[in-house]
Design a binder for this molecule. Sequence first.
Ligand code: MEV
Length: 326
Amino acid sequence: MSKEWHTASAPGKFVILGEHSVVYGKPAVVLATDRRITCSVRRSKRNTLNGEPIEFSKQPHFRYLTRNLRHAVDFVTRSDIPAGAGLGSSAALSAAVALALSTMAGNDPAERELVEEAYNAELAAQGSGSPMDASACVHGNGIGVNIPGCEDRKLWKFSRGGRSWCVSDIDVPDMTFVIGNTGIRAPTGPQVDKVRRFAKRSNFATEMIEEIGNITLSGYDALRKNDVETLGRMMLMDHKLLSILGVSCKELNKLVNASMPYSYGAKLTGSGGGGCMVALTDEPEKVASVIENRGGTAYIVSAGAQGARVEDGESQSPLFDVSSYE
Ligand code: MEV
């Protein structure tokens, strides 16, 4: 491969507990997955993405991340993370592109800088949200957000719009998770907006958000003690509350229900409205098979992947549609 290419990759993530409520500064627990996005970049005469001219109006992540460039670039991306499925494709793309560009510029950014860049790229694309996904995709392993008592493993803190998020490294549990993809693509921004509108007009929604925060703390405690029964119960309860908040859908409920006979717990993961669910189980093959039988696509996940990193080789042709990451 030509030396002029600079390549970086970042993992996807799944949320064990706390999506949506984390936007309001509540706690969350997230693990990085072994599915990654890789991005190669080199100087060029015109801006291209996978061989085609980049339409920046349709690529807000790329538009934001190239805002300070004084020359054109070729990007080549390759993704094992389905887009708009709640698995962190937007944050992983942002982290991989930001690190590849930084490497091309001769820099070696600190994780915190990379998170800030990836978080801002996501905000440019989805409008609002927390730094949870960007933190998970840059740091890898597992992260906790706003978990009391985690100060000794604190990674960074972000504040925005009166909310703050203290992000810490957590131990990756020795547990088995299966992800089920409904195949319904659901961008994050509209789901976050939906919850915000609900919370604005209803105390009931605000109480649900508060309750998800409490469940997340109980679930994190169970995770630390390797108590799969309690963690599973908290996950299912979280799914019910997220459904009441209006971010589940019948396809997600179908996969969650089908997984439950073989799982400690299951829930939607990410922003919902479609996308993926995750089940905590000792019987991953059985869960994968019921998910597939109900029309989903199952991935038995290896959790705790390495975070954003510089790679040696140029990325190859994309596996998934990379035209838009939400
Ligand atoms: C999406 O993966 C997670 C949300 O909580 C949004 C966010 O935190 O920005 C729904």
